[in-house]
Design a binder for this molecule. Structure first.
Ligand SMILES: Nc1nc2c(c(=O)[nH]1)N[C@H]1C(S)=C(S)[C@@H](COP(=O)(O)OP(=O)(O)OC[C@H]3O[C@@H](n4cnc5c(N)ncnc54)[C@H](O)[C@@H]3O)O[C@H]1N2
Ligand code: MOO
Length: 394
């Protein structure tokens, strides 16, 4: 049995950042840049007015000055040249201002009549000019260490790029095994249950930027598991659930070698999730999650997510927060405990974690209703309400 930190280090060592591919910017939301993007032009590309008003050159920028109006400059028009002395130009938001413009005086404070304007007294302090390259300059680069967000797409578009180089999405084969399983919507036999893990894991893969490949249900035999595992060909990662424990029918664990699995480890000092295994199958990284639905999802949260991040060039280790208990916690046994809990805030805004009284690894509803996992150290003592604890938000 190994500790959680060591298990994480080992699963991360099984995977490496995937290669790059070029995608249209419109398809790049949630993808991770594989190389910096470089601005193709200054932004703004010219000194631009930030307001609707009047462009005035420095010598004419005097309180109460009366100026003649030259031609209008709407957004998209090119100014014909510097402002002639004693004149101002009507400009609109986003328009290029004439060379030498010292300020744009907003129309609300200007008195305009019969082809002339009178500047206010005193003059406003703001110049309302966005200098060329104020936002970014040609050649500036950008590479956020996270999946691209809408604002990133806007920035990259403004840099005048229509395509980006991103890490390939990890394709993840998802396998559920067990004689007792049927797909959601099917009619389970008297001792059968619905295979829920595949759906939940596929959701986690998708949410983490991967592409799930749902394999058919495997039965508890070497033949069935071999047949289904063969359908993982070409995937970047295999994630299984079930058959990982010590029972006579836990075929994946008991017949790992026959199934082509080279296991790196097969037990982790945590609960839920002790029978977690990892290794490779024919060179492809493999993560074997326990079958209990809560164990499968808690271990996937702790190990699968960081693996998917790393495959996309990111570092995303679970980082616990601190909060206080909203209910007492009994002493813990020899495995680190991840307890499903609700999360609220006290009057000071401090996180208050209330673990559910029942923590059976089969109770999925309590996972769906949980906001966080409280982390209780191995052999941790009983804790009273108000004691400080680590937690992972869900
Ligand atoms: N004698 C021992 N028994 C068990 C031990 C142990 O150390 N000694 N460990 C327990 C722990 S902890 C866990 S967790 C489970 C995990 O076992 P497996 O990974 O072999 O999982 P299964 O036995 O196949 O299934 C466990 C449970 O989960 C249900 N299941 C399985 N797959 C799915 C699925 N895709 N969707 C929904 N539910 C699924 C299955 O029907 C079982 O109820 O072992 C303990 N036993
Ligand atoms: O890992 Mo098992 O989840 O403790 O039920």
């Amino acid at each position: 049995m190994i500790e959680v930190e060591e298990a994480l280090a080992r699963v991360l060592a099984l995977v490496a950042p995937l290669g790059a591919e070029t995608v249209a910017l419109r398809d790049a939301l949630g993808r991770v840049l594989a190389a910096p993007v470089t601005a193709r032009a200054d932004q703004p590309p010219f000194a631009a007015s930030a307001m609707d008003g009047y462009a005035v050159a420095a010598p004419d920028l005097r309180p109460g000055a009366r100026l003649a109006l030259g031609p209008e400059i709407p957004a998209g028009a090119t100014p014909s040249g510097p402002l002639p002395p004693g004149t101002a130009a009507r400009v609109f938001t986003g328009a290029a201002v004439p060379p030498g413009t010292a300020a744009v005086i907003i129309q609300e404070v200007v008195c305009a009549q019969a082809g002339t304007i009178t500047l206010p007294d005193p003059l406003p302090r703001e110049t309302h000019i966005r200098p060329q390259g104020q936002d970014f300059a040609q050649g500036d680069s950008f590479q956020p260490a996270r999946p691209l967000r809408p604002a990133d797409l806007g920035l990259i578009a403004a840099m005048n790029l229509a395509e980006v180089s991103v890490h390939r999405r990890p394709e993840v084969a998802i396998l559920s095994s067990g004689d007792e399983l049927v797909w959601p919507g099917e009619d389970p036999g008297p001792a059968q249950i619905v295979a829920s893990n595949s759906l939940a894991l596929a959701g986690m893969v998708t949410a983490a930027g991967g592409v799930p490949r749902m394999l058919p249900l495997a039965r508890d035999s070497v033949e069935s598991l071999s047949d289904v595992l063969a359908l993982s060909a070409g995937c970047d990662l295999i994630v299984s659930s079930g058959g990982a424990s010590v029972g006579a029918h836990d075929v994946l664990a008991r017949h790992a070698a026959e199934l082509g699995l080279e296991l790196d480890f097969a037990r982790v000092a945590m609960r839920p999730g002790k029978p977690l295994m990892a290794g490779r199958r024919h060179g492809v990284p493999m993560l074997g999650l326990p079958g209990n639905p809560v164990s499968a999802l808690v271990t996937a949260t702790l190990f699968l997510r960081p693996m998917l991040a790393r495959m996309q060039g990111l570092e995303a280790r679970p980082r616990p927060d601190r909060g206080v208990l909203g209910a007492p916690l009994p002493a813990n046994g020899p495995r680190r405990h991840y307890l499903r809990a609700t999360l609220a805030r006290d009057a000071q805004g401090q996180p208050v974690l209330t673990p559910f009284a029942h923590q059976d690894a089969g109770r999925q509803r309590l996972l769906a209703e949980a906001d966080a996992l409280v982390i209780q150290p191995a052999n941790g003592p009983a804790l009273p309400t108000g004691a400080e604890v680590d937690f992972l938000p869900l």
